[in-house]
Design a protein around this ligand. Structure first.
Ligand SMILES: Nc1ncnc2c1ncn2[C@@H]1O[C@H](COP(=O)(O)OP(=O)(O)O)[C@@H](O)[C@H]1O
Ligand SMILES: [Mg+2]
Length: 376
């Protein structure tokens, strides 16, 4: 957690440093002793919260808030105004109207200050989650529309080139060119299918399945994908409640996650897949964008290279890849995301660079006989 304190008084900044070290030991604090310096630091360092003094020479707190909120690089950062001055209601409203998120008047207890910082972080995280899912929704609509039309065109290219290929004897010099067109059309069709999966435009064939047995029946295939130098373990809760799923989509999802785990462990490691029942309460369901209820919890963990913090927000974006050209399409996780969304579930990821990654997937359990999948 990164906190930026802007105050022209060195004493205030030192007190703040002491308070945070004691009550928020995980926080990293940077300080700026003028509004101008604070603006520059906020742009380059991107803190999670700004603690701002109001009365400063040259650029005061009001102007600093205005400029922070005006710049798209800093407008999302919550601002807590902390002042010792006797500010009247009109000016408190002015600061809040300009975009401050909280207004604290000294004296204020350290506990109260820390509680306010935590609230800001919660709000910021919720906003980031919302922005991220809105972004993926928008990309999905666009990608789905293009892929759908493109697929129709590819059907024509594929159909006519296959017909011509069949009519052309293999010793004809045009045979090889036609074969290349047919192969390219096949690759393009597979690409558009991936995009249709991401944008949830692919047809689903739902059936009631028990995730533990579905995963273990796919075990042989996963072993073949990951190779001999990666150990595979299944930890299955024997009594998992069934879910209504499209079997081939769940297999596709497992395959994509297994391929990524393999790529993250080039010198070998451990891949662990678990399934269990999970009863989500509002507190755990809400951050995942789910309603409270009964879910099947599937985790896929590896002991690979992990994902750097700045890469994490982009991994589900279509065509995002950190792999070299020709190795990654950047569509694996987009498909996983689309499949899980289409099943009314959610996915989250935790990763520590150098240690490994865990994908955590929740799919609605089929407690009631008539769970219906989102129609296409
Ligand atoms: N298990 C993992 N370990 C480390 N990085 C991963 C893992 N899974 C995904 N990633 C990261 O997410 C990116 C996107 O993954 P994906 O959509 O499957 O595309 P691709 O595998 O073609 O690159 C990868 O390029 C990689 O940087
Ligand atoms: Mg992949």
């Amino acid at each position: 957690m990164k906190i930026l304190a802007i105050d022209d008084s060195n004493v205030n900044l030192l007190v703040m440093k002491g308070t945070l070290e004691k009550h928020l030991p995980d926080a990293r604090l940077k300080t700026a002793c003028s509004g101008k310096e604070g603006l520059e630091l906020a742009r380059s360092w991107q803190p999670d919260t700004i603690l701002l003094d109001l009365q400063m020479p040259e650029m005061d707190g009001y102007e600093t808030i205005r400029l922070l909120k005006q710049n798209s690089l800093t407008s999302y950062i919550p601002i807590i105004v902390i002042t010792a001055a006797d500010v009247d209601s009109r000016n408190r409203v002015r600061a809040l109207d300009l975009g401050a998120d909280a207004f604290l008047q000294k004296p204020i207890s350290s506990h109260e200050l820390v509680a306010h910082i935590k609230v800001m972080l919660r709000i910021k995280k919720a906003e980031e989650r919302l922005r991220h899912s809105q972004k993926l929704e928008a990309i999905g609509i666009l990608a789905g529309g293009v892929a759908h039309d493109f697929n129709n065109i590819l059907t024509i290219i594929s159909g006519y080139s296959t017909m011509l290929l069949m009519q052309t004897p293999s010793d004809n010099p045009q045979h090889e060119s036609l074969q290349m067109i047919v192969d390219a059309a096949k690759r393009a069709t597979s690409l558009t299918q991936s995009l249709l999966t991401f944008s949830r435009k692919q047809e689903v064939t739902p059936s009631k399945a028990e995730l533990c047995s579905l995963v273990s029946s796919f075990e042989k295939f996963i072993r073949r994908i990951i190779g001999d130098n990666i150990t595979l373990s299944f930890v299955c809760d024997q009594h998992t409640i069934p879910a209504t799923v499209d079997r081939s989509m769940i297999e596709q999802m497992l395959m994509n996650l297994a391929i990524n785990a393999r790529d993250a462990m080039p010198v070998g490691g451990q891949l662990t897949i678990t399934t269990s029942n999970a009863l989500l309460e509002n507190k755990t369901a809400e951050p995942l964008g789910l309603s409270p209820g009964s879910y099947i919890h599937l985790t896929v963990s590896d002991t690979g290279c992990g994902i750097p913090k700045d890469v994490l927000p982009k991994i589900f974006d279509p065509f995002f890849t950190t792999k070299e050209i020709g190795k990654g399409s950047g569509l694996g996780l987009s498909m996983v995301y689309g499949i899980i969304k289409q099943h009314g579930g959610a996915i989250s990821v935790e990763s520590t660079p150098g240690t490994g990654t865990t994908f955590s997937i929740y799919l609605p359990a089929n407690d009631t006989p008539e769970t219906v999948l989102e129609s296409c």
